[in-house]
Design a protein around this ligand. Structure first.
Ligand code: FAD
Length: 256
């Protein structure tokens, strides 16, 4: 058995036996949001919407993958949860940089995939909850596919937390089958003084936008990812009146 202990800090022999990823890129966006690009030590396959489990010092956590399978590196978008708020792995990840090594589970997991039974996809995410949608759309474009429409709705407290907004805005300009809406929930916060776009919680904007886009229940799947409060509210507003939805929770409501 090859041990990764020297690099990952794992003491548990089962974790020491796992393959590894090397951090090959890092970019910070706010004081608690950053991206990592990872190079696996073994071949790693996944479907857009799945997650990878990485670890260090005997702690492992799942992360949805933002890159799509055709890309060279695995791209993650991570929110640092301060130790005071219970963060365990993210403080370790936050301290890491290019060249550092983490363990990885060899198989991607997750069933939050694009549902091909529907042609219209309403993709609602808060902050890091946008990640699976980035992967869906990058793969769809790389495969030069047609016949589906994507309506991306992203919410955050502050506009500097959007991070993928430029990518989505460009996609919206270049493709008539991609729409992008971003909205801040704290418009009066001084941090948002340069924000001139939509305001309000993204969950509150779903019904009006679905109406404005002329979507039908029959052809549409609503995807919900990120903040559990957002997920519950959209389920109440849309699921209860017959819209199809699926969800991916990154953490539990009681932890909020
Ligand atoms: C399927 C899946 C995919 C995920 N994908 C991502 C991803 O792409 N990016 C990402 O940053 N995280 C993602 N997460 C969450 C991630 O696994 C960790 O829970 C998170 O990074 C915090 O890790 P931690 O060890 O520092 O704290 P933990 O021990 O995991 O959690 C500490 C506390 O913080 C809460 N918490 C965790 N994440 C957040 C958050 N973002 N905001 C507020 N409270 C939080 C927890 O519920 C808990 O109360 C995903 C989780 C799941 C289940």
């Amino acid at each position: 058995m090859v041990s990764n202990a020297e690099f990952t800090g794992h003491t548990d022999p089962r974790l020491q036996a796992l393959p590894t990823v090397k951090i090959v890129g890092r970019q910070d966006y706010t004081e608690d949001l950053f991206k990592l690009w990872l190079e696996p030590s073994v071949p790693f396959t996944f479907k857009p919407g799945q997650y990878i489990t990485i670890g260090s010092k005997d702690i492992e956590r799942p992360y949805s993958i933002a890159s799509s399978p055709h890309e060279e590196y695995i791209e993650l978008f991570i929110e640092y949860v301060h130790p005071e708020h219970g963060g365990k792995l993210t403080p370790l990840l936050y301290a890491q940089n290019v060249g550092d090594i983490l363990s990885m589970r060899p198989r991607a997991k997750g069933i939050f995939l694009l549902d091909e039974n529907y042609s219209d996809h309403v993709l609602v995410g808060t902050v890091t909850g946008i990640v699976p949608y980035v992967s869906y759309i990058r793969q769809f474009l790389n495969d030069k596919r047609t016949g589906h429409r994507f309506f991306v709705m992203e919410g955050a407290s502050h506009f500097d937390e959007f991070v993928y907004d430029q990518e989505f805005e460009e996609l919206q300009s270049n493709h008539d089958f991609i729409e992008f809406v971003s909205t801040v929930s704290r418009p009066n916060d001084p941090r948002n003084k340069n924000w001139h776009g939509s305001v309000g919680r993204v969950n509150n904007l779903v019904p009006d936008n679905v109406d404005r886009w002329g979507l039908s229940k029959q052809n549409t799947m609503i995807y919900l990812c990120g903040n559990p409060g957002m997920i519950e509210d959209v389920k109440d507003k849309m699921g209860s009146v017959g819209w199809n939805y699926c969800e991916e929770r990154f953490w539990k409501e009681e932890d909020d």
